[in-house]
Design a protein around this ligand. Structure first.
Ligand SMILES: [Zn+2]
Length: 155
């Protein structure tokens, strides 16, 4: 059991002497690929009273841990409400060909980040995405076109 949690909490890092070393302190930040986002997560964490309460009593809760100034819950990065939209949008638009569906985004975000009501927030953002709204409209028009063509075939 100890072994499993140690593997989760550590990350392989190559140092200058080409030795592979475990570096837990860098784990949380390395997973956040965006430096601005990392700064925002730390900034909002400092202003989040719920999170600050958890940090104050962190010794009492084995699920929470501070790694490199970032609050983690069971090894996932805790995200304050004001940073969530940016993370979701980043993931939603990160595909080259098409915007990611909510299930794909949930799968990817929940491997790294922790926040409550994740599914609802992701679905809300996708519902308001202009590109997705446009795509849906053009797909609908294409379907209508196909339908009218097949109808005229039968006539
Ligand atoms: Zn979209």
């Amino acid at each position: 059991m100890t072994d499993k949690s140690q593997i989760n909490q550590t990350i392989l890092q190559q140092n200058q002497n080409d030795f592979i070393v475990y570096n837990k302190q860098n784990a949380a930040t390395l997973r956040i690929y965006n430096r601005d986002l990392e700064k925002q997560i730390k900034l909002k964490l400092a202003k989040n009273s719920v999170a600050q309460n958890i940090i104050k009593n962190i010794a009492d809760n084995a699920n929470f841990e501070i790694i490199n100034e970032i609050l983690t819950f069971q090894d996932l990065i805790y995200v304050s409400a004001r940073c969530r939209q940016e993370i979701i949008s980043d993931y939603h638009k990160s595909m080259i060909h098409e915007h990611q569906s909510s299930n794909k985004i949930i799968e990817r975000i929940s491997r790294i980040y922790y926040f409550s009501k994740m599914r609802k927030q992701i679905e809300d953002i996708i519902r308001k995405c202009n590109v997705c709204i446009q795509t849906k409209h053009s797909q609908h028009r294409f379907y209508e076109l196909l339908k009218s063509l097949s109808t005229s075939d039968h006539a």
